[in-house]
Design a protein around this ligand. Structure first.
Ligand code: RTP
Ligand code: MG
Length: 138
């Protein structure tokens, strides 16, 4: 067993489309635990830190604007290998090609927008999870 914690964000598109309950249901149905949860309207500085690895990329500015467009649900999730496991539940980044059965594959839409609005974020490594959890749950 390798019990880990990860940061899951339900992005503004997921909250606006009333998919919060469906996404939480999938996390719980998989057997993961919700340790903490909050509805947040982050300021730009939190997003700049959260997405610092993407600064300078063409999608960076539209991504930050998108993440500022409405409330976000931040969740501390615990479970055995949950970092990798949640990314598997979420599906690949592009919602058009994400596999059916995943959150992004089942519900993600590609509107031809400047940034992929793909409903959820999940930390991608133990180092990212620790950094992101301390940013969103101070
Ligand atoms: P996340 O960090 O949100 O869990 O997603 P990810 O690892 O699958 O994707 P990443 O490469 O870290 O990109 C972060 C977020 O930026 C948006 N994005 N849009 N070309 C595009 O339109 C594009 N590329 C990236 C997505 O919202 C992605 O989740
Ligand atoms: Mg990422």
């Amino acid at each position: 067993m390798a019990v880990e914690e990860t940061l899951v964000l339900i992005k503004p598109d997921g909250v606006a489309r009333s998919l919060t309950g469906e996404i939480l249901r999938r996390i719980e149905a998989k057997g993961y635990s919700l340790v903490d949860i909050r509805l947040v309207q982050p300021d730009r500085s939190v997003l700049a830190k959260h997405y610092e690895e993407h600064e300078g990329k063409p999608f960076y500015e539209p991504l930050v604007e998108f993440m500022l467009s409405g409330p976000i649900v931040a969740i501390r999730v615990a479970g055995d290998r949950v970092i990798e496991g949640f990314r598997s539940l979420a599906g690949t980044t592009d919602p058009t090609t994400a596999a059916p059965g995943t959150i992004r594959g089942d519900f993600g839409r590609d509107w031809g927008l400047r940034v992929q609005q793909n409903l959820v974020h999940g930390s991608d490594s133990p180092e990212s999870a620790a950094r992101e959890l301390s940013l969103w749950f101070k």
